[in-house]
Design a protein around this ligand. Structure first.
Ligand code: 4NP
Length: 199
């Protein structure tokens, strides 16, 4: 996780970013959100990590274009190590944020099978936190992997818009997350307006 212990000894609010390979979209979102949180009043109260649903790149670093675009915008993505998501993580996370509709579908299936109370309600689209994306009806963060550096810049803009929205939503998320514990992320997802992730 990218954040330190909660200075108020309250439970840390835990957010996991998900994509397919954990080399492009989710590590970008992890680094951007961790840096935004570190420079906000919520530093230390939120932990951010990321994982892929696939195992192809486990142990690798982020794609060099992810690292490049992050560096161009003042972020360090060079320390990322790819991991694969495991359904038992639902017990330890407050929000599991999906890059695209295939991840929402797969995460909901894994959540339902996990038997972990409240797991399905923890799944939402990353871009459901970006009011502009919600109004435009474009919740997907398209895969830039087969694309050019220009596609990675678009990914950066999309995940940054969403991460700014997450920081804006943190007071409500933290309040809902803490009152909902143990084991029920529904209040947190509702607080974000994130429960409707079917689109
Ligand atoms: P990501 O992009 O999910 O944004 O990390 C991808 C990276 C690798 C693969 C698919 C998507 N792959 O099939 O290996």
């Amino acid at each position: 996780m990218s954040a330190t212990a909660d200075p108020e000894h309250l439970p840390t609010y835990r957010i996991t970013m998900i994509c397919s390979g954990n080399i492009c979209r989710s590590p970008m979102a992890e680094v951007v959100l961790a840096d935004l949180v570190a420079n906000s009043p919520y530093a230390g109260a939120v932990a951010v990590d990321s994982a892929g649903l696939g195992s192809w790149h486990v142990g690798d670093g982020a794609d060099h274009r992810t690292i490049q675009v992050l560096a161009d915008n003042g972020h360090d993505g060079s320390r990322h190590v790819v991991r694969q998501f495991s359904p038992d993580w639902f017990a330890e996370r407050d929000l599991v944020l999906a890059a695209d509709s295939s991840h929402v579908r797969d995460l909901r299936r894994l959540a339902a099978r996990s038997g972990i109370p409240g797991a399905e309600a923890k799944v939402a689209y990353l871009r459901s936190f970006d009011p502009a994306a919600v109004s435009a009806g474009t919740l997907e963060v398209d895969d830039p992997w087969y694309g050019s550096i220009r596609d990675f810049r678009r990914t950066y803009a999309e995940v940054t818009g969403a991460c700014r929205g997450i920081v804006q939503a943190l007071p409500e998320l933290l309040a809902a997350g803490r009152s909902a514990r143990p084991g029920d992320g529904a209040a947190a997802a509702d607080a974000a307006g994130a429960a409707d992730a079917d689109g």
